[in-house]
Design a protein around this ligand. Structure first.
Ligand SMILES: Cc1cc2nc3c(=O)[nH]c(=O)nc-3n(C[C@H](O)[C@H](O)[C@H](O)COP(=O)(O)OP(=O)(O)OC[C@H]3O[C@@H](n4cnc5c(N)ncnc54)[C@H](O)[C@@H]3O)c2cc1C
Length: 371
């Protein structure tokens, strides 16, 4: 069947992972990307990208530094009561807003793939063909569907994914501010029940993004109270929230952020980015993983015979697990440690005594440079 609504590949979700896959796969296949939101748009994200993916991004025509991204080579981490460690980042990274980065990718992806702003509501698979329905009342067909719909989507419920059946204790808040802050630094300041990342973006705005638990949050009535009463017990955050001038009308928030295991292929849908697995944000590596997983899947789909579905699924599942499973585990361990104040305190004392430890831990949550 060949109609205007028939594609070889449909990518659901045009965030980082979906757009990178659209750039790669659109060169060879007829590709449709569906995203529920129009571009450009702000996203809840720490906006620090590991240099792990910088050469690769450049190789597909995306130049974040030229777009004004800040080069970052220094990492600061502080305890709940403001004990600070400063260290250099083994690989470094750059600070760019998702508003700008997603737009760069969207502009490039449009050269190769069709991108429509529609919300996918149903995906069915019958006789080796996918049918995708959208809220806007359209139906699309494709031989392959890629799930790039992020950490939590209506489709996780629709597909009855296992991780979605569990309630998550995490929520996240993000906004941009004017505040004096080093261009070259990314900071991670801990507070009771969570941590807050600070880094600069291409506009010179400082992005403040924090992850916390509902338990911690429910002790107060509002975001402002939370920032003043709970987070500001850390003197670095107290200074930030006293002096920083908000640039958004209101912070962006997301809830039910889940770090549970997910499968890289489900119901014959190839999952990439957060839809395949979300690493704890404190690792500062989720975006690099999203981009890398899209590259990985594209290589599998570009090299192999598209008719051999089973072989493609096995190959991708194996490659994904080899690359990412260990990092996700390390991220979970570090998160568990930081949230227990006694353990966090002891770890800080050790890290202060042996400064080479911290860069080694950071390396364990990252991969090699992707080329
Ligand atoms: C608090 C927090 C801080 C973070 N900080 C950092 C950091 O500093 N550095 C870092 O590297 N990573 C960080 N991350 C992780 C990073 O944000 C993600 O790993 C990255 O955004 C994943 O990209 P993605 O393409 O998988 O998903 P997304 O960028 O979320 O894209 C998913 C897309 O799918 C679309 N979508 C969803 N459902 C549908 C549907 N039904 N139909 C159509 N479209 C749909 C959405 O609109 C969205 O555009 C952070 C995460 C959190 C939660």
């Amino acid at each position: 069947m060949h109609t205007a609504n028939t594609y070889q590949i449909i990518i659901i979700g045009g965030g980082l992972a979906g757009l990178v896959a659209a750039i790669e796969l659109g060169k060879l296949y007829k590709v449709l990307v569906l995203d529920k939101d129009s571009y450009p748009r702000h996203r809840v994200c720490g906006e620090y990208v590991s240099n792990e993916v910088l050469p690769y991004l450049q190789s597909i025509g995306i130049y974040p530094i030229t777009a004004g991204a800040k080069k970052i080579d220094t990492f600061q981490i502080s305890t709940h009561n403001g004990k600070l460690i400063t260290t250099s980042l083994p690989l470094g990274g750059f600070g760019i807003s998702r508003y700008a980065l997603d737009m760069l990718l969207y502009t490039k992806a449009k050269e190769h793939s069709n991108i429509l702003i529609e919300t996918c509501t149903e995906i069915s698979f019958e006789k080796n063909l996918f049918s995708v329905a959208t809220k806007e009342g359209n139906q699309y067909q494709a031989s392959y569907v890629i799930g790039a719909f992020g950490k939590r989507s209506n489709l996780d419920r629709y597909l009855n994914r296992k991780f979605n059946q569990k309630k998550s204790p995490w929520l996240a808040v993000k906004a941009h501010y004017t505040y004096p802050f080093e261009d070259t630094t990314v900071a991670l300041h801990n507070f009771e029940g969570g941590y807050c990342g600070l880094s600069k973006t291409e506009t010179n705005a400082v992005n403040a993004c924090y992850l916390t638990t509902y338990n911690s949050f429910k002790k107060v009535k509002s975001v402002v109270d939370f920032q003043q009463e709970i987070m500001s017990a850390n003197p670095f955050l107290a200074d930030f929230f006293q002096k920083a001038i908000p640039l958004f009308d209101a912070p962006l928030t997301i809830s039910q952020v889940s770090f549970e295991d997910k499968a890289p292929v489900e119901n014959h849908i190839f999952m990439i980015g957060d839809a395949a697995g979300l690493i704890h944000p404190l690792c500062g590596n989720g975006m690099a993983m999203a981009i890398h997983s899209a590259k990985l899947l594209s290589e599998v789909l570009l090299q192999k015979d598209l008719n051999n579905r089973e072989e493609l699924e096995t190959k991708y599942t194996k490659a994904w697990s080899e690359l990412f499973s260990r990092r996700l585990q390390t991220g979970r361990r570090i998160q568990g440690l930081l949230l227990r104040p006694t353990l966090a305190k002891a770890s800080f004392t050790i890290a202060k005594m042996f400064p080479s430890i911290l860069p080694k831990i950071i390396e364990k949550t990252h991969g090699d440079v992707v080329v």
